[in-house]
Write a new protein. Structure first.
Lengths: 134, 64
């Protein structure tokens, strides 16, 4: 659990995130098979290809809902700090990498990596944030 | 912000967990407020004041 929050709202968040992860795997398999064997074209191909992103967006919404549901303001504050760490780290890395791509022809970073990079930085921020309140 | 939570809690023989239960927050929240690392919102400060039966300014002071 991000930032070690334990409350009814946190339990609901865990269930929602795991549900989204399961749907993400399912949708990825369905989209991959549909694109490979369905021979979709045009708008339909775009919709099928975007399908696995829906549960990913669901995770973001779940965290937004959690921030509304969690009654403990200190825990909300901890999570917001962790998420800010994720946003800051992602912006820093992608900005630097964008400059590398533009000026020294570094390999292209596919956009789909931004989401895992965000969570990587949220994870790295968590112990730093928690340490501040030890 | 300084506060007298630790003293007020000790007077009532409450642990941080006891106070957290009464406030419906986590023990970490009580610890963070008590050690001055987190300033509570006005609603939570009023809740603390009601719980201890004291005005807010007798629990918190704005001296650094």
């Amino acid at each position: 659990m991000i930032c070690s929050i334990k409350s009814p709202a946190a339990r609901r968040l865990t269930i929602r995130v795991w549900g989204a992860v399961l749907f993400s795997v399912l949708f990825t398999v369905v989209a991959a098979m549909a694109i490979r064997f369905g021979h979709f074209t045009g708008v339909l191909a775009y919709l099928v290809a975007a399908l696995p992103a829906l549960p990913i967006i669901g995770v973001i919404v779940a965290f937004g809902v959690f921030l509304r549901e969690e009654k403990d303001e200190f825990q909300r504050n901890l999570l917001v700090q962790c998420l800010l760490g994720g946003i800051g780290g992602t912006l820093a890395v992608t900005t630097v990498w964008g400059n590398l791509e533009a000026f020294v022809h570094a390999p292209h970073l596919p956009l789909m990596w931004i989401y895992p990079i965000f969570w990587l930085f949220v994870g790295l921020s968590t112990p730093v944030v928690l340490l501040r309140y030890k | 912000m300084k506060n007298r939570l630790k003293v007020l809690r000790a007077e009532r023989d409450w642990s941080q967990a006891d106070l957290a239960n009464r406030l419906e927050v986590s023990r970490q929240s009580v610890n963070a407020i008590e050690t001055g690392k987190f300033d509570p919102s006005l609603p939570l400060a009023f809740k603390l004041a009601r719980l201890f039966g004291l005005p807010i300014e007798q629990i918190f002071s704005d001296e650094s």
